[in-house]
Design a protein around this ligand. Structure first.
Ligand code: NAP
Length: 483
């Protein structure tokens, strides 16, 4: 394998190297050094913030459609490299090649969608109570915004924050996850090649612990959008609130799939397996609790275990592999730790439960897709986010019991129901405490054209994606005009 390239930070339109570097290794094969990154410092964040502040007035003054044009160019550049970017994402994050290409395509679609938003950016125009008064409210950008992103969707999440921030007229400092910064870097590279004016987009990779405070304390910062763990998100919220920064948090989940007696068995099993194990269970919208009504329980569980045992785990670059590795040693240990916790709590291990070893497995962080039955509501495995391929099966007496169990949790990101009963579907859509609700589909797998985000401990602030994304990145100015 050729020597890995060193990737620089991007500040004020320049590629800036730092004195320090960090490595990005393939979680499926740690001999594979994917990239070396310049490790940014608080000083780099301060420079990025100053550059973003300097660029703001000019960028905000451009007409929305002109900003949108840059986004179309970015999309075209990314699309011209789809195969390369997909492969790089598989190597840095571990998800399978079809998943990685699919995510890259989604980022491209996000840039096109928000490029078009440049010629909409809707406001309000309503009749006045008064004679000869014309009144309207239009959206203004906020200024400099900070974007902090996690490793699990290393392209789509940076894209779905950056694109609406830019098109609304804000300037940006992005801090990507240290485990998978390359896919985000490729977006910044595309911004550079698209000719985005200097200072509009800035990128500083490095340790979140070191850079986070510098970002939140950067004088020009007006807002911060964060996706990641509840622990870090809640800390950020405290710090940002002291400065009255606008903040948006998308965090953890413990998402349920409810299977009712009238579910189509094959579909319900397929959707559950997809949502629980694909992307190694490392989606914030993954199903980690399947709540099964009594009448279908035995049949469903038998089919679920059979389907789970058939999943092919391995290096996501290999054809036919369905489940990749955990992102790193720490996540591997978290997965195995929760498997141990579940066993000790008295849950019954039905399949999986081990680290995969031997052959190519020894070089990566592979965990068997794991199913526990006999899980009860107060067990930790029923309450805490694992973020790995570990599924808890819970039994419900009836629909009401299933909804009660599903809602008996601190989180509220996504939820799924498998049933043919239209009345139940509509009841569930209103009763379930989650921001993303699916029916006869996996709990994961959302599109960019509608609002995205959760409720309860999972999220805070306006929703991301779709037309709602502009709510976070803009403020209204209201005009009363007498004539
Ligand atoms: P994380 O550890 O919270 O990290 C997220 C980002 O925050 C990374 O860029 C990280 O940098 C940075 N960070 C770390 N410490 C910081 C600090 N003190 N101040 C500011 N930033 C800091 O989360 P993760 O492990 O990357 O991602 C997994 C979590 O994300 C899961 O809980 C998952 O549910 C959640 N997630 C939620 C959604 C959603 O939409 N709700 C989507 C995807 C993932 P470093 O990488 O350098 O540590």
């Amino acid at each position: 394998m050729s020597e890995a390239k060193t990737y620089s930070n991007y500040i004020n339109g320049e590629w800036v190297t730092a004195g320090r570097t960090f490595e990005v290794r393939n979680p499926a094969d740690t001999d594979d050094l994917v990239a070396v990154f310049s490790k940014g410092s608080p000083g780099d964040i301060a420079n990025a913030a100053a550059a973003a502040q300097e660029a703001f007035a000019g960028w905000a003054a451009l007409p929305g459609p002109a900003r949108g044009k840059y986004l179309f160019k970015i999309a075209d550049i990314l699309e011209s490299r789809l195969d390369q970017l997909g492969e790089e994402m598989t190597r840095e994050e571990g998800k399978t090649l079809p998943e990685a290409k699919g995510e890259t395509m989604r980022s491209i679609n996000i840039f096109r969608y928000f490029g078009s938003e440049g010629s909409r950016i809707p406001g309000h125009m309503v009749p006045s109570e008064r004679d000869r008064v014309f009144m309207y409210a239009f959206r203004k950008p906020l200024g400099v915004v900070g974007l902090i992103t996690p490793w699990n969707f290393p392209s789509a999440i940076p894209a779905w924050k950056l694109a609406p921030a830019m098109v609304a007229g804000n300037t940006v400092i992005m801090k990507p996850a240290s485990a998978s910064p390359l896919s985000a870097w490729r977006i910044i590279e595309a911004c550079h090649e698209a000719g985005v004016p200097k200072g509009v987009v800035n990128f500083v990779a490095g340790s979140g612990g070191e850079l986070g405070d510098a970002l939140v304390n950067a004088a020009p910062l007006k807002a911060v959008s964060f996706t990641g763990s509840c622990e870090i998100g809640n800390q950020l919220h405290e710090k940002a609130s002291k400065r009255r920064l606008r903040i948006q948090l998308e965090m953890g989940g413990k998402n349920p799939t409810i299977v009712l007696n009238d579910a189509i068995l094959g579909k319900a099993v397929g959707n559950t397996v997809n949502a629980a194990f694909f992307s190694t269970g490392q989606k914030c919208t993954a199903t980690s609790r399947v709540i099964v009504e009594d009448g279908i329980y035995d049949e469903f569980v038998a089919a679920l275990i059979e389907a789970t045992r058939k999943l092919k785990v391995g290096n996501g670059l290999e054809a036919g592999v369905q489940i990749g590795p955990a992102i790193d040693q720490a996540q591997l240990e978290t997965d195995l730790g929760y498997i141990e916790v579940a066993r000790n709590e008295g849950a019954q291990l039905e399949c999986g439960g081990n680290r995969l070893t031997g052959g190519g497995y020894d070089k990566g962080y592979f965990v068997e897709p794991t199913v526990f039955t006999g899980v009860t509501e107060n067990m930790r495995i029923a309450q805490e986010e694992v973020f790995g391929p570990v599924l808890a099966v819970m039994r419900a007496k009836d629909y009401d019991d299933a909804i009660r169990i599903a809602n008996n949790i601190a989180f509220g990101l996504s939820a799924s129901i498998q049933t043919q009963d239209v009345s139940r579907i509509l009841e569930y859509a209103s009763q379930i405490e989650a921001g993303l609700v699916t029916v006869n589909l996996p709990s994961a797998g959302v599109e960019y054209q509608l609002p995205f985000g959760g409720t309860k401990e999972s999220s805070f602030g306006p929703k991301e994606q779709g037309p709602a994304a502009l709510d976070f990145y803009t403020d209204y100015k209201t005009v009363y005009l007498g004539y």
